[in-house]
Design a protein. Structure first.
Length: 601
């Protein structure tokens, strides 16, 4: 009896089972196995983005948050302290770069060229640290720095535009014309993500509510109601991680406040004259707030708005909707007096569970804080701390006249802070308002409330009779109010944001025409495109770096008192702040060396 062995029938295939896509066949290399792809590194003070050239998004985006970030602009330190501070930053950069190559990208740094997305105001010491670590520790073959604003425009498909980078430390506005950044026209303001974080923390400490966990888990019969356990948020609860999570997940940017209602927000606690009885009371009694203590401070029953429903708390750090919570006892002010922004917001409150295990508390964030915390970025008027909209117009004032129309119609907003929902729309509205609002005429002063008859002011003192009205000829010689944006007002119809959302500036043809990349990823995407096209900044090879470092070590330097001792490596790297300047007066013509010149005439 013969046995039959089952076998799988086979057929001869003439064609392959699948055909390669046109994109696969036209790609000359692949990031996983090729070695010609450049590594694109976008290092920020808080968030890094890394990946390979030719790809549409970074391989990894991670936070390097360490308190205030890896570096800051606080350089006013003694020499020895600054030297130790820079050494600590260099060690942190080395640790993170090694994690990038060996843990995240899984590549050999000795076989990869690097493109670093460089911010125009990146501190030179930090730039030199990156070059030193990459060349001496990781031994990369070459390194190049590319301006972040130019790369962002490249990702948007433009070569000319006005790029606004709203990051963590500062907001920078840089005009770019024909792929050439105009660094001399750069404008910046410190109103950025760090200022928003500080402002949000202050608002939460002043207006937030914290419900601590119950002290016992015996049962519901012995539980204390939330209304009796509610108190102000302790400072120890608002960690950097929690505040950052609230800023990125819960906050958004509301619309502009109407001008007629904006005057109500100018009244602060400094405008209220202190009474004699308030000289010896504590701050908690002056501002009518419960004291900051570890004990559970009972307050009056909570009130919840009818427009919102209470939500449940699930998981540490979870977010859910809730009603507006605030005390309504006789010792509390009315909500409109304590919270002047509350009437300009319709956002609901949020409950965030904090802590681990069974002992989890709840942080209640008022809705108006979520919506109006970003007002700190759009409140200008200070010479040193201009708002984002004022910084844009100040930069346009410095631009040549023939470039203003093209630049104002090609505005590109990038940066991590601009990822807030509604940021681009609010920025467009603020710039539009500054260009359309005229300066008030001094001949018609605004109306104000009459002073109290018991308060002696200058207005109550006797005055000489008013002079007769000026004639039509004399009015021409009256000094008109200064309007800083008078020459920019005709450009208001041409205002357009390339990456504006739908419904913002739809009347212009350039509005919303940029690709749908995240604003924070635009510089990296531009670096990826530049790496695939083999273009970018000046390429620095490791051999040239080592030769320049050896030549610098052989140069004798004279120690200067008060300056950091030792030699500061890497200060020969190319940078826009190190332009070549001729010695002496500007030359009218370049005269070759060795030419005989008669200097007696």
């Amino acid at each position: 009896m013969s046995s039959v062995v089952p076998t799988t029938p086979t057929t001869t295939r003439v064609l392959r089972p699948t055909l390669d896509s046109p994109h696969y066949t036209t790609t000359r290399r692949h990031s996983l196995y090729g070695t010609e792809d450049r590594i694109i590194l976008d290092p920020g003070s808080r968030v890094w983005k890394v990946g390979f050239s030719g790809e549409g998004k970074p391989r990894d985006v991670f936070s390097v948050n360490d308190g205030e970030g890896l570096w800051n602009f606080n350089t006013m330190r003694p020499a020895a302290e600054r030297e130790e501070f820079e050494r600590l930053i260099e060690q942190k950069i080395q640790d993170w770069l090694r994690k990038v190559f060996y843990n995240k990208l899984l590549v050999d740094p000795k076989a990869r060229k690097i493109i670093i997305v460089e911010h125009p105001l990146l501190p030179l010491c930090v730039k030199n640290m990156f070059a030193k670590v990459l060349f001496q520790n990781l031994q990369v073959p070459s390194l190049s720095f590319a301006p972040s604003h130019v790369l962002a425009l490249l990702a948007a498909g433009r070569i000319t535009g006005l790029v606004i980078d709203c990051g963590h430390l500062e907001t920078t506005v840089l005009p770019v014309f024909s792929s050439r950044p105009l660094f001399s026209l750069l404008c910046t303001t410190p109103l950025a993500g760090a200022r928003l974080t500080t402002h949000l923390r202050a608002l939460l400490l002043l207006h937030g509510t914290y419900i601590p966990p119950q002290s016992t888990l015996a049962g519901p019969a012995t539980s204390v109601p939330e209304m009796q356990r509610a108190k102000r948020i302790p400072a120890s609860i608002l960690t950097d991680t929690l505040v950052e999570a609230i800023k990125t997940r819960a906050c958004f940017v509301g619309g502009p406040i109407p001008p007629e209602e904006e005057q109500d927000l100018d009244v602060t606690m400094m405008d209220i004259a202190p009474t004699p009885s308030s000289a010896s009371v504590s701050d908690a009694e002056i501002y009518d707030t419960p004291p900051m203590s570890g004990a559970h401070t009972p307050v009056t029953p909570l009130r919840t708005t009818a427009s919102s429903a209470a939500g449940s708390v699930s998981g540490a750090g979870s977010v859910s909707g809730t009603g507006s919570v605030s005390g309504v006892g006789p010792g509390r002010r009315e909500e409109r007096e304590v919270d002047p922004m509350a009437k300009h917001s319709r956002a609901t409150d949020l409950r965030i569970a904090v802590g681990t295990g069974a002992g989890r508390g709840v942080v209640i964030i008022p809705g108006w804080v979520r919506e109006r915390a970003a007002e700190a970025l759009f409140t200008g008027g200070d010479v040193d701390e201009r708002s984002a909209a004022e910084t844009i117009l100040d930069c346009l004032r410095k631009v040549p006249v023939d470039l203003r129309k093209e630049l104002i119609s090609s505005i590109l907003v990038v940066g991590g802070t601009s990822m807030l929902s509604g940021f681009v729309s609010r920025l467009y509205a603020e710039v539009k308002s500054l260009l359309s609002t005229p300066v008030p005429n001094p001949e018609t002063p605004p109306m104000s409330d009459p002073p109290s008859p018991t308060t002696p002011t200058v207005s109550t003192l006797p005055r000489p009779p008013a002079p007769p009205p000026l004639s039509a000829v004399s009015k021409r010689w009256v000094r008109q109010p200064y309007d800083p944006y008078a020459r920019l007002r005709p450009l208001a119809p041409h205002l357009a944001v390339l990456n504006a959302p739908a419904g913002v500036g739809d009347g212009h043809q350039n509005s919303g025409k940029a690709p749908a990349f995240a604003p924070a990823a635009l510089p990296w995407v531009g670096g990826s495109l530049a790496g695939s096209l083999k273009i970018g900044g000046e390429e620095i090879s490791r051999e040239k770096y080592e030769e320049a470092a050896m030549a610098m070590e052989e140069t004798e330097t004279i120690p200067v008192p008060g300056i950091v001792s030792g030699r500061r490596e890497g200060y020969f790297l190319p940078d826009w702040t190190k332009g070549v300047m001729m010695v002496g007066a500007p030359n009218a013509s370049i005269i070759p060396q060795g030419t005989d010149m008669d200097t007696t005439t």
